[in-house]
Design a binder for this molecule. Sequence first.
Ligand code: GLN
Length: 393
Amino acid sequence: MPQLSDRVGRFTDSVIRRMTRISDEYGAINLSQGFPDFDPPRPMLDRLAQVAYEGPHQYSVTYGAENLRRALAEKHGRAVGRTIDPEEEVLVTCGGTEAMMCAMMTVCNPGDKVAVFSPFYENYGADAILSGADPIYIPLVPPDFSFDPAAVEAAFQAGAKAIVVCNPSNPTGKVFTAEELTAIGRLALQYDAWVITDEVYEHIVFAPAVHVRMAGLPGMYDHTITCNSLSKTYSITGWRLGWLIGPAGVVENAKKVHDFLTVGAPAPLQEAACVGVCFPEQYYRDLAEQYREKRDYFCSGLQRLGLHHTVPQGTYFLLLDISDFLAKPQFSGWTDMAFCEWMIKEIGVAAVPGSSFFREPVNHLIRLHFARSKESLAEVLHRFEKLAEILRQ
Ligand code: GLN
């Protein structure tokens, strides 16, 4: 075979999405790749049905349909307390995944450094490589996944041109406090660096935690590129719609990257999504409440079974600690990947090996999501009785 680029040899396929394929192969309940098993809101589906006959079916404006950009500018503007120009400061992308890729490619030259908290959502590693940047990892330290501001400063001192902040954080479920974000922001200003946020779980936050937006902190708008997605907020992960909002100078360039990567997000789906982006505040309160109920139900079930896990402040992910299993002779020397494969085949539940999120050599955590109906979660807990049984042996 003629030679390929070096860069494709530097990362693997997504472990999250690989676990979905293995889960499907064995017919397991898939708590690996995070997506809901319930329908998007009805008004969005009604609009989608209408659009099927009325259009649009051809390209929208490459950087996003005007009505969707206007709705996003209004919604994000309200959240960060400023007027956002839908023409100059908003870019609609094919999912949060493309938004993050565009942000990285817009900001980074080959050889540049980007600071990333570890554990991190696995895409950032590949994003950095594809945009030519080298990641500098900053540990989030369990149990509360706090960080040392000195480590953030050290990353900037080592030349990090940007820092990626996933908030609420996948996979830890951490919600960064205003103080933490202010500390990061202050350092970004001091070192004249970008903050690239990934806020796709902004509406899945559980009281008393509150979601604070980096772009809304004093002085931070001009240093922040906010990446987001409609996937989790409206349960439409397959529509592949996301967005990027930031100061006009950066968005103007991100638009160029986007134009040549994908031309644009699907026009009919943008039209139907616009209905959701215009929902009143109550929709988001109900969404958070629905996920809080799922979290509490699932966590209390795991607790009852004696399985140790993190309790997320936001997102629909938790980390299950499998140390007690790995200490047993039958699992001795196993990797978290081997454990996840075994769990798919023998227990009928899929998770993601934690090692795919950590820079550090972590082997004792696996990630589960709870964006599932109560019936599915009940069935998972029922299947996990087998795990509890193993622990008792
Ligand atoms: N963010 C989701 C997860 O971590 C999946 C996103 C994706 O696969 N594009 O599972």
